[in-house]
Design a protein around this ligand. Structure first.
Ligand SMILES: C[S@@+](CC[C@H](N)C(=O)[O-])C[C@H]1O[C@@H](n2cnc3c(N)ncnc32)[C@H](O)[C@@H]1O
Length: 440
């Protein structure tokens, strides 16, 4: 095939682009650009290309900051100006909700070093070479050995280097999913934006034949060599036919991670969810509070509440809040935070949202419901419940506007009163979208 003047068509939802004359995706390109391309791997629609020569360059192209750009699956939009990234994300929401007004996307003043949590993978190739970093794009698990990353604080790289050096000089093996051999799976790092808190979680295989020895664990703690850092071991047990189970062991430092949001300090355990970009979270949490125009008399139901961050921030402006979260550890964290902050109008339930609704749903009739579900959306039981109970307002926060739209289409009693996207994940194609619904 003649590879001159291949034209780039559109961005995909993963931040790659499609090509005008052939199936497959291309990395690090911008729609409208032309050039010669080379195939990196794959066949047909699974093909992945890279630009070889750029013949017509977009005005929105900028120099990617990171040397791992295109090799690492972390941020696929680094070569696109931040203004164009925001325009693309806003456009995505406008296309989805084309019958409605969409407020301008809220971006970051400085869209770098924003992430409060990263998970890195341990991997080894057939020759035994060791890798610790992020998974390469479309690579089925191959890992890029990261030595720089610009969406995290420099501390993450210091930790990666320390752990990698320790691992290189040890006999420990990366876990291999195919053979269920080896120990090391992932290294999760958390560094707070508004406090000095730090957390390191080493996740290892639950296969007892590859359990780490006490010396190896002590060596890991010594290698980290970090004051006031919470260090945890997480054992991941995978067995056919049963859900994956995790067991945790506190190895050293504080037993929790602490982050401040809008002047309130939240403590959390290793497994609890926390918004990955605290500076942006402050913006969309404030937007929720302002859009709901609370009078102090409202009863609020906070579904998929995590450690109760939204409930806590709304508590001074509401009469009573019931919050539901499936993660038991997150609920324990929430209860401790509520008590420490002296809040007495939040009730936390450790339950599956659908189960909570079916067993206790009728006992608390909310005026307002706040929903912040995982990417798959809120589920049929919650949708039917909202249609039946008819709270006057719903604040629906989502990291997946596609499922958010599908859910809202199943709520005929509600009309959209506002839509506002937030760029929680600069240099990646992801965003956070806040929709306020009002009873018709
Ligand atoms: C996107 S997070 C939102 C957390 C919280 N609103 C916050 O801002 O920190 C979604 C939360 O839903 C919880 N979750 C997932 N499925 C659930 C279910 N079926 N029932 C209850 N909670 C669930 C997850 O554990 C996670 O804490």
């Amino acid at each position: 095939m003649d590879d001159t003047n291949v034209e780039i068509a559109e961005f995909t939802k993963k931040g790659f682009c499609t090509l005008k004359d052939r199936p497959g995706n291309i990395l690090a390109a911008i729609p409208g650009e032309k050039g010669t391309v080379k195939k990196v791997f794959g066949k047909g629609k699974r093909s992945l290309y890279l630009l070889e020569t750029l013949l017509e360059k977009s005005n929105d192209r900028v120099e990617a900051r990171c040397k791992h750009f295109t090799a690492c699956g972390g941020c696929s939009l680094q070569h696109v100006s931040y203004a164009r990234q925001l325009q693309e994300k806003e456009g995505k929401v406008k296309n989805l909700f084309s019958d409605h007004q969409v407020a301008p996307i809220v971006g970051m003043d400085d869209p770098w070093r924003y992430r409060g949590k990263m998970e890195f993978t341990f991997s080894q190739n057939k020759a035994g070479e060791k890798f610790l970093g992020l998974i390469k794009p479309k690579s089925r698990g191959f890992v890029e050995n990261l030595t720089e990353c610009h969406i995290t604080h420099e501390w993450y790289l210091e930790m990666l280097t320390k752990v990698r050096t320790y691992w290189m000089n040890s006999e420990m093996e990366a876990y291999n999913f195919n053979s269920n051999t080896g120990s090391l799976q992932t290294l999760t790092l958390r560094k707070a934006t508004h406090t000095e808190s730090k957390m390191v979680i080493l996740t290892v295989s639950g296969n007892a034949d590859f359990a780490l020895s006490k010396e190896q664990l002590n060596g890991f703690i010594t290698a980290i060599d970090e004051e006031d850092c919470a260090v945890f071991l997480q054992i991941k047990c995978i067995s056919k036919g049963t859900p994956t189970r995790f067991y945790e062991m506190h190895l050293s430092g504080p037993a929790y991670f602490e982050e401040k949001i809008l002047d309130r300090t939240f403590r959390m355990s290793p497994k609890a969810f926390f918004q990955p970009n605290p500076k942006m979270a402050e913006k969309f949490f404030t937007a929720i509070k302002e859009s709901l125009q609370l009078t102090g008399k409202e009863k609020i139901l906070d579904l998929f509440s995590g450690i109760g961050t939204i409930s806590t921030l709304l508590s001074a402006h509401a009469e009573h809040i019931v919050a539901v979260e499936i993660g038991k550890e997150a609920v324990c964290d929430a209860r401790e935070n509520i008590e420490r902050l002296g809040i007495d109008n939040i009730e936390m339930y450790a339950d599956d949202v659908a189960n909570f609704i079916e067993t206790r749903g009728e006992h608390f009739i909310p005026d307002i419901v706040v929903i912040d579900p995982p990417r798959i959306g809120m589920g049929k039981v919650a949708i039917d419940f909202l249609e039946k109970l008819k709270p006057s307002k719903i604040a629906y926060l989502s990291c997946n506007p596609v499922t958010q739209k599908e859910d809202i289409e199943k709520l005929p009693s509600y009309q959209i009163s506002s839509i506002r996207p937030f760029d929680q994940f600069p240099h990646t194609p992801h965003l956070e979208n806040l929709i306020i619904l009002e009873l018709r």
